[in-house]
Design a protein around this ligand. Sequence first.
Ligand code: FES
Length: 122
Amino acid sequence: MMNEVKAIRWFPVLTLDDLWEGEMIDVDVEGEKVLLIHLAGEKIVAYQGICPHQEILLADGELKDDILTCTAHRWQFDAGTGEGVNPKNCQLYRYEVKVEDEQVFVGFPEGETRRYNRCTAQ
Ligand code: FES
């Protein structure tokens, strides 16, 4: 059986000059808050922009040693994978990302309407 390959709608959001290594920023894409992080080695990742705990912007938090910490209640996430570090039972929704000629694009898989995870405190 072949795996179904979802088509992706790409949106240009910023250039590499707008987001230096070690920085993060939130952008609006089609009305959604998306968090972009520039990791070491020219790697850009994108996650849901709102904390899965409560309605707080993750971009207002801290990024240190590849750990993203929400400013509100200090939940922490692995910036490289979006996995919860504390608490562990929480995964950030991860968007597709591509970079072409310094332009960064965020991708929405066609037909996927829920691009947001919620978690409760353990
Ligand atoms: S809103 Fe982010 S940890 Fe509570």
